[in-house]
Design a protein around this ligand. Structure first.
Ligand code: MTE
Ligand code: CO
Length: 424
């Protein structure tokens, strides 16, 4: 494959697919999934699915992925939690393309299971320091001016198990508490105008209608900036797992604040010091004090391929793929290192690049069977650069769980398998 390299070091398009069969040759070529091909279905033969009519329309009134994609699912780690009702599963980031997460693959995090909310009985109540305490039906909400925006949602605990060392050998399990969909809903500032917010109101308590009664305090500046009540994701009604029929959207801030099955907003003059912002979702520092109200999700990135679930199957040219995001705005640049952070190359970013939204990057690379230590480093429009784990630990110590946005390392072994490792 020496002729793949042009003199300037870039890779020519000419023989990228060195392994593809030349016309006329029939062989037991290994496919990308690792499954053996059946020669009877390969050129110049007529494939077995060609001579017969396929199934008709309505075979699947609500479409499903191909059965050959049945491995592309959310997964949980059974020993992580005592019950499935207060638990989490993970988005299969390594199987996704572009920046949209399909609705059925968005990771779920529930503290009291998924309630079955009857939409005709759904109400959103707004009370507290307002001129008019009002109760809205779903239809009432839909009569307000509509907003459609893509945002990532990341749980503050994403990668939390990795603080002291590499733990779980998977892209899905170490990075998969993030998803990215287009939300349709109403801006909270429009609802605030309707109820009339009193001058003393500085905070809003958002409360869920699930058995966990999840609640969080949100400062009024954020409420009046870009928070939404959303009823749709990626063009369809919210999925029950994601808060059907309505959830709070708090762009760029930790997922815990995005209250699902939202039933009440209370305007007040102080933070409410709820369980989820005092005993949980705080970061215990070395001096025994805890950081609290650490809302913003700082810039972070992940190489989704190669990764533990996406080993390199053969030598030659490959496309490294990954995702980057920042709760502070747009991603401006993502660099990748193949040697554990000694040398960096800037990757190609695939637009549209949106505010507080997953951003896709790719980079071609050639693998000749050597060990690689793959890292990615995201930068955002505020100039923030994703830190190393050493830098993060120097600042926050070793007790933290939440807000681990450190650069991670995938070790590509000589056989092409990939492991999650900690350098240093
Ligand atoms: N809202 C309610 N009512 N109940 C919950 O258990 N979990 C929170 C948040 N909102 C939760 C909730 C947490 S910790 C996260 S990370 C996000 O929802 C997860 O959203 P998702 O399930 O749509 O991925
Ligand atoms: Co969470």
């Amino acid at each position: 494959m020496a002729d793949n390299k042009q003199t300037d070091g870039t890779i020519s398009r000419r023989s990228l697919i060195g392994g593809a069969a030349a016309i006329g040759s029939v062989g037991l070529a290994k496919t990308v999934t690792g499954a053996e091909s059946n020669p009877a279905n390969l050129p110049p033969n007529v494939s077995e699915w060609t001579p017969y009519l396929g199934s008709g329309v309505d075979a699947n009134p609500y479409g499903m992925p191909s059965p050959y994609e049945e491995h592309v699912i959310r997964r949980n780690v059974e020993w992580l939690t005592a019950s499935a009702e207060s638990s989490v599963n993970f988005t299969p980031l390594h199987e996704l393309e572009g920046f949209v997460t399909p609705n059925g693959l968005c990771f779920e995090r529930h503290h009291g299971g998924v309630p079955e909310v009857i939409p005709s009985d759904y109400r959103l109540m707004i009370n507290g320091l307002v001129d008019r305490q009002l109760i809205f039906t779903l239809d009432d909400l839909k009569r307000f001016p509509q907003t459609n925006r893509f945002y990532f949602l990341e749980c503050a605990a994403n990668g939390g198990m990795e603080w002291r060392g590499a733990q779980l050998n998977g892209c899905q399990f170490t990075f998969g508490m993030v998803h990215n969909v287009q939300y349709t809903g109403v801006l909270l500032k429009d609802l605030a105008r309707e109820v009339g917010v009193m001058p003393d109101a500085k905070w809003v308590l958002a409360e869920g209608g699930d058995s966990a009664g999840m609640n969080r305090s949100i400062p009024i500046e954020k409420v009046m900036d870009d928070c939404m009540i959303a009823w749709a994701m990626n063009g369809e009604a919210l999925r029950p797992e994601q808060g059907y029929p309505a959830r709070l959207v708090v762009p760029g801030w930790e997922g815990n604040m995005w209250v699902k099955w939202i039933r009440r907003l209370e305007f007040g003059d102080m933070p409410y010091m709820a369980r989820e912002e005092t005993s949980k979702y705080t970061d215990l520092m070395e001096d025994g004090k805890a950081r609290m109200f650490t809302w913003v999700m700082d810039a972070k990135s992940v190489v989704t391929s190669p990764s533990p679930e996406k080993p390199i199957l053969e030598k030659g040219i490959h496309q490294l793929r990954g995702l980057a995001w920042s709760g502070r705005g747009k991603i401006t640049r993502v660099d990748v290192s193949l040697d554990g952070g000694r040398n960096w190359k800037t990757t190609e970013i695939h637009g549209p690049v949106l505010d507080k939204c997953l951003t896709r990057f790719t980079m071609p690379f050639e693998w000749n069977g050597e060990e690689l230590m793959v890292q990615s480093r995201a930068m955002d429009e505020t100039g923030y650069v994703q830190p190393t784990i050493d830098a993060l630990q120097a600042e926050r110590g070793l007790n933290s769980i939440y807000h681990n946005n450190a650069i991670a390392t995938w070790l590509v072994n000589k056989d092409g398998s990939v492991d999650n490792v900690r350098l240093g």
